[in-house]
Ligand binder design. Structure first.
Ligand code: NAP
Length: 488
């Protein structure tokens, strides 16, 4: 699938020469190939605080992933700062809570004109004292926001909310102010290919792992997330998140997003089971052949996931071959758009059954062979959050998917099972290629990044969610929409 016209280098050159009021999007810096331990090499990370274990975990994770780390905290804890500087980090003491302070510190820490993407990590602080003199803490938001507005293309702003903020009303006010700030800030950063997220850090290690992914090129089209990083349910941290030897099912994977996910998982070392309906056999065979040609492992199982017999056929095929399944990407989905006036019972039921009911059928059939610690990814849509004219059936199904992910996360907790929903926005696939040009252009304008996403963007997110790097993320919704809205 080709990039959007607005990212075509020749078209861009031409448009830059003519004085038309057209806003061109920034090309996104995406990841390529297999995930490496040093994904952040060639980038910088700047932290506005280094005072406790959470700050240190964030800084060390950035450093371990290859970023050049700078701390701007003048009141930083000296032992922690020392450990970081020993590891190659840099300290630029500056008054980080004054507008201009962070930006000055960033300027001091690098060479003039340094255009490397930068991840600015701000640990939101609680106001001092017992009154509502919140200026010092809220000024910190302005300082990082001001700096974020001047960062090079494809930079990141990560706002971290520590457990200390949950202790009292003043902390709760800062949490609310941070969310409001982020809701607007990510929109301003998008045009420059930048992203902004809020991490609610319940566990330092989980927050650090999540921050590393959000700082990297594989989350290029993901912005405006509001995620909890909780104590991980299972597994140990690994330097390189690998899926070597994992058995993973992707439904509806003959083409589009599903095929991209299957290819990405196989590249990471997984044995991928590609499912689709029998009529999609030729496309599925192509996807399998491409994976095998690159040395990956893939098999096809033809089945309609919306039927009991189809779900059982998938479980039988995987059970017979591997005896277990370590991850499931419930991706198969259809649209049958009609206004309510014209919505037939058949179209209503078909969409609900394939997009939502099928997940329950497949999951139930797989449950005897589901490994402890398995991760499930459920494909929702931003339409399940915001709704859309003429898509009541689709929106109902995709909202139900979000609730299902939450329920599975609760039910599977004791076995270390995780479940999360992805809500893609406007992604270039055969499905969206059929949209009228005007609708496509309007969809782009709804994103902060002014561009559509690629199937690879959703694939990167699915790969992250099924792997160990997301151990502390479960029961949540992750948008992949170029910044259409904040949170879920
Ligand atoms: P797609 O190109 O239409 O691919 C969906 C695949 O699922 C197709 O290969 C389709 O088979 C298959 N499928 C349909 N019904 C099935 C069934 N009963 N059993 C097994 N497989 C079945 O769609 P996509 O754009 O890649 O979308 C993938 C997922 O992302 C869907 O859940 C979709 O709702 C969601 N999503 C997509 C976008 C976007 O912008 N593209 C945005 C938000 C959410 P056929 O070849 O027969 O159709």
């Amino acid at each position: 699938m080709q990039d959007d016209w607005s990212l075509n280098p020749n078209v861009r050159k031409l448009l830059q020469r003519v004085p038309l009021p057209i806003s061109l999007p920034t090309p996104l810096r995406r990841g390529a190939g297999r995930t490496r331990a040093n994904e952040l090499t060639g980038t910088r990370a700047v932290l506005t605080h280094l005072r406790d274990g959470l700050d240190l975990a964030l800084a060390q994770a950035m450093q371990a992933a290859g970023a050049a780390v700078t701390i701007v905290d003048p009141a930083g804890e000296t032992t922690l700062t020392g450990r970081l500087v020993d590891g190659g980090g840099q300290l630029v003491p500056a008054t980080a809570d004054l507008p201009g302070g962070v930006l000055n510190a960033i300027a001091q820490s690098g060479a003039t004109g340094d255009r490397r993407p930068l991840t600015l990590i701000h640990r939101v602080t609680r106001p001092h004292g017992d009154d509502l003199a919140v200026n010092e803490a809220t000024d910190g938001l302005l300082a990082v926001g001001h700096a974020a507005a001047h960062l090079p293309p494809n930079s990141r702003l990560l706002l971290v909310l520590g457990p200390d903020l949950r202790k009292d009303n003043l902390g709760a006010l800062m949490i609310a102010a941070t969310h409001g700030f982020a809701r607007s800030a990510f929109k301003e950063m998008g045009k420059n290919g930048g992203t902004c997220h809020v991490i609610r850090a319940e566990d330092a290690q989980a927050a650090a792992e999540l921050a590393t992914f959000l700082a990297g090129p594989r989350s290029a089209f993901v912005s405006g997330l509001d995620l909890v990083a909780q104590k991980s349910l299972a597994g140990d941290a690994t330097a390189v998140p690998t899926l070597d030897g994992k058995v993973i099912l992707v439904t509806g994977a003959a083409r589009g997003i599903g095929a991209a996910i299957a290819e990405r998982l196989a590249l990471e070392g997984a044995h991928v089971w590609i499912n689709d309906i029998a009529q999609a056999q030729a496309a599925a065979a192509d996807t399998v052949a491409q994976i095998r040609a690159r040395g990956g492992h893939a098999d096809f199982v033809a089945a309609d996931v919306g039927t009991l017999s189809g779900a059982q056929a998938i479980a039988d095929a995987i059970g017979k071959d591997a005896g277990r399944v370590d991850g499931v990407i419930h991706n198969a989905g259809i649209t049958r758009d009609r206004t309510l006036k014209k919505m037939s019972v058949a179209h209503w039921r078909q969409v609900l059954q394939v997009n939502f009911g099928a997940m329950h059928l497949v999951q139930t059939a797989l449950s005897p062979i589901l490994s402890d610690g398995a991760s499930m990814v459920l494909m929702s849509s931003v339409m399940g959050i915001s709704g859309n004219f003429g898509q009541t059936n689709y929106s109902a199904s995709k909202s139900a998917v979000i609730e299902l992910a939450k329920q599975w996360a609760c039910e599977g907790h004791a076995r270390g099972l995780r479940a999360n929903a992805i809500a893609p926005g406007f992604i270039l696939t055969e499905m969206t290629a059929q949209m009228p040009v005007i609708n496509r252009e309007m969809a782009k304008q709804l994103t902060a990044m002014l561009q559509p996403g690629l199937p690879l963007d959703v694939a990167e997110l699915a790969c992250f969610l099924v792997g160990a790097q997301s151990r502390g993320v479960t029961g949540q919704v992750l948008r992949c929409d170029g910044g259409m809205a904040f949170g879920a």
